[in-house]
Design a protein. Structure first.
Length: 201
């Protein structure tokens, strides 16, 4: 059986208890490799704090106010112990074997970051997704891409995996981006440093 390094899965949340609960449950259900789960909570609201208390074994970083996504993601990165950092949006559901597929993409040389092609795993507003639906979406995406990875100019940060040693070398996300575009900026920084970006079906 292949050995996998520890992955730090970092989830930033604000006052979205149901979406966050669905996300964390999917991670716990479908992650079979060593991982730590770090949740950075940008809200003092009662319901999201109650939601997080339902999960044992997670590391919670509680902020007294909304610091924005980028700063909160950096807080999670600083608190991490894993060799790989996975920045996962709180409205995302993950399918079975998701992390194994992402980590296998780093076997190539010069890979700076990977992200899944299955953008449908972002929870669409107004659409109820369950784990069976997510698995079907995931299977369809993989069949469409026929298992082929793709080198791309930029990666979306809804599920972004970066080796910690690379992030240590290049630095954390630029906190001038309060919410959004930090993924585009970091993709550009990775490419300037000579790394390739991979989209994984």
């Amino acid at each position: 059986m292949a050995k996998y390094p520890l992955v730090s899965i970092i989830v930033v949340t604000i006052n979205t208890p149901q979406l966050t609960r669905n996300c964390l449950e999917s991670v716990k259900r479908n992650t079979s490799i060593p991982y730590e789960l770090i949740v950075v909570n940008n809200s003092m609201a009662k319901h999201i704090r109650q939601c997080l208390r339902l999960f044992s074994g997670i590391k919670i970083i509680q902020n007294s106010k909304n610091l924005g996504y980028t700063k909160a993601a950096n807080q999670g990165a600083k608190a991490s112990r894993g060799k790989f950092l996975c920045f996962l949006n709180s409205d995302t559901l993950v399918p079975p074997a998701w992390m194994k597929r992402l980590l296998k993409s780093f076997k190539g040389s010069g890979i700076g970051a990977v992200a899944p092609a299955a953008y449908v795993l972002r929870h669409p507003p107004g659409l109820s997704l369950n784990q069976k639906t997510v698995a079907l979406f995931d299977q369809a995406i993989r069949q469409w891409h026929r298992g082929r990875q793709e080198i791309v100019p930029s990666l979306f940060g809804f599920c972004l995996v970066i080796p910690k040693k690379i992030m240590t070398r290049l630095g954390l996300f630029d906190e001038r981006f309060f919410f959004g575009f930090e993924d585009v900026d970091y993709s550009h920084r990775l490419q300037l440093a000579g790394y390739r970006l991979v989209k994984v079906p």
